[in-house]
Design a protein around this ligand. Structure first.
Ligand code: HEM
Length: 258
């Protein structure tokens, strides 16, 4: 069998596929968080960043399709592995305790996974398509002129004066309903739990864990997941508590209608 056949056709291959696609998705969520944290800076920052991403054109679509393929493979491999382990489960091969632990972990990975998937679908409707936005948002014009340049690694990628979508305002208005902000908090909490176990398993699968490192690796994973949760929760949290509001955004950058 060739490499692709081996990866898709064997249990260990599917575990590797889960680990590698998981790793790519972790890279995405971390990058996405770092980008989103610009919401705490001047509105031009997040708006310039969003404009820069949009201006990538075909490269953006390439990344989007790549992410979608990773999500599909990740879910497919998880489903097949779960069905296989259900079929193989007799209880004899495992001690009762290990068996219960393994079942609990896979159940909790499945349920947190379902919620994260539902969250992604809602999130795309919320911010990317805008179909799940409130009427308040829809009547508030989301565009204004940029005041400053936007730089990436020292290069000006969006020159001053470019008309950009007001993504900063969209995010703040999007989190105004407490139910929406609350759902984001719940979803990123469950995603962080999903990452906690997922990162442990992927290190195991890829053979990056050994007895010498396993304890420190576990601590690094816990810290990383806590930091990830804190960073993500900070955004809807700041809107819920009024630290970020349409008024505070308007004060730092008056919207120019056009
Ligand atoms: C507080 C947390 C988050 C905020 C403020 C946020 C914000 C945004 C915004 C504003 C966009 C649309 C950008 C645009 O169309 O201009 C977006 C797109 C997206 N977000 Fe998030 N996001 C958050 C969390 C997440 C999480 C946890 C995930 C994944 C599990 C995620 C996955 C995505 C995806 C897949 C897209 C579509 C990217 C694309 O259209 O190319 N986001 N996000």
């Amino acid at each position: 069998m060739n490499l692709v056949g081996n990866l898709f056709g064997s249990s260990i291959g599917r575990k590797i596929l889960m680990a590698v696609t998981g790793l790519v998705l972790i890279g995405f969520v971390i990058g996405h968080l770092v980008g989103n944290l610009q919401v705490f800076s001047h509105p031009d920052k997040l708006n310039g960043y969003a404009h820069f991403l949009q201006s990538l054109g075909p490269a953006l679509w390439f990344a989007r399709i790549g992410l979608l393929v990773c999500v599909a493979i990740h879910i497919w491999a998880a489903t097949v592995l779960t069905l296989e382990s259900k079929r193989a489960r007799g209880g004899q091969a495992y001690g009762v305790k290990t068996w219960i632990q393994a079942t609990l972990a896979s159940r909790y990975m499945r349920w947190t996974g379902y919620v994260v998937l539902a969250f992604i679908i809602y999130h795309l409707a919320h911010f990317t398509l805008g179909t799940a936005q409130s009427a308040t948002y829809k009547t508030a014009l989301p565009a204004y002129k940029m005041a400053q340049d936007y730089h990436v690694l020292g290069f000006t990628v969006v020159p001053a004066g470019t008309a950009v979508l007001d993504v900063h305002r969209m995010v703040i208005l999007g989190f105004q309903p407490p139910l929406v902000a609350g759902f984001y908090l719940l979803a990123v909490g469950l995603l962080s739990l999903h990452l906690l176990h997922g990162m442990d398993s992927l290190f195991q699968t890829l053979g990056w864990r050994n007895s010498r490192w396993s304890k420190s690796l576990r601590n690094v994973v816990i810290l990383a997941c806590l930091a990830y949760f804190a960073g993500n929760a900070a955004i809807p949290g700041a809107v819920l508590t009024g630290k970020l509001s349409p008024e505070s955004a308007a004060k730092s950058a008056p919207a120019a209608h056009h």
